[in-house]
Design a binder for this molecule. Structure first.
Ligand code: G
Ligand code: G
Ligand code: MN
Ligand code: NA
Length: 253
């Protein structure tokens, strides 16, 4: 209850803000998307990582309000960049399981899109395999979102326990290969085999695929040799404050 109060207060004092990590096309280093990642500017402790407060927000139910703030802010910011002549790329937003299962999710997201003026194809929702455990429910939620024109990407792909059969049934636009497979990819033939297989499967299923957590040139070389088209990781860019991302946009031109 005390923690809940802190997070609620942080929301009302506007202490949350977003960083954006650019996603790059491997062949020409163009930015093709950005992932919004929330941070908390704590008055005395400095910037607090979501790894610390998201689990608390989920336990206390504040995640609904925090998640709603993140969605609105990410859409507002992307619309502002589009209007300022920035690249016409999507913003991806991470959803917690509770948000994914919240009633009327698609109409509520549509109202955020209308309010901010962002077209639906520029919003991508990152969900995880664990949210797909109940095929009946997830199918109807995903179909609704997809019918609105919103993109769906499967985060941390390869680390969950769900079956592959849902991939052929559900409107999933992109697989994000979890960074645990990338870390040792230059030395570990098993990781390399898994990554190559995910890339090939995505191509056959006509889905986009992006690799996360690329930190070195050597990792990038292995991914490019396996025809991975999109890359996200510290080797290209860490998550950036909005003004620094704008500088990265300007360098693209
Ligand atoms: O940015 P960082 O590596 O510290 O993020 C840690 C974790 O917090 C990641 O798993 C990321 O997906 C999650 N995260 C970041 N922003 C959000 C958000 O807005 N909503 C949710 N649900 N998770 C987020
Ligand atoms: O769970 P999710 O994939 O949403 O987590 C995203 C988190 O991964 C972000 O908080 C970001 O800070 C972190 N991240 C992004 N690129 C890298 C990277 O190259 N290496 C590591 N270790 N973490 C990264
Ligand atoms: Mn993510
Ligand atoms: Na991930």
């Amino acid at each position: 209850i005390e923690l809940e109060g802190y997070l609620r207060k942080a929301l009302s004092l506007n202490e949350f803000f977003l960083h954006y990590q650019p996603q790059f096309r491997a062949t020409d280093n163009q930015i093709v998307g950005v992932e919004a990642l929330v941070r908390w500017r704590h008055p005395s402790r400095g910037v607090v990582s979501p790894g610390i407060f998201i689990p608390i927000a989920e336990e206390t139910g504040i995640i609904y309000e925090l998640g709603s703030w993140v969605l609105r802010e990410a859409c507002r910011q992307m619309k502002e960049w589009h209007e300022a002549g920035g690249p016409l790329i999507p913003v991806s937003v991470n959803l917690s399981s509770q948000q994914f299962h919240q009633p009327n999710l698609s109409s509520y997201i549509q109202s955020i899109l209308e309010e901010t003026g962002l077209a639906p194809q520029y919003l991508e929702l990152e969900i995880t395999e664990s949210m797909m455990m109940d095929p009946g429910t997830s199918t109807s939620i995903l179909n609704e979102l997809s019918e609105c024109g919103i993109r769906i990407s499967l985060d941390d792909f390869g680390t969950g326990y769900s079956s592959l059969s849902y991939l052929k049934l559900l409107p999933i636009h992109k697989l994000k290969i979890d960074r645990s497979f990338i870390r040792d990819i230059t030395e570990n033939p098993n990781d390399k085999a898994i990554v190559a297989t995910i890339i090939s499967m995505a191509q056959h299923l006509k889905m986009d695929v992006i690799a996360e957590g690329i930190e070195t040139k050597e990792q990038l070389d292995v991914l490019m040799a396996n025809d991975c088209k999109e890359i996200q990781g510290y080797y290209f860019s860490k998550p950036l404050p909005a003004d620094e991302l704008v500088e990265a946009f300007l360098k693209m031109k």
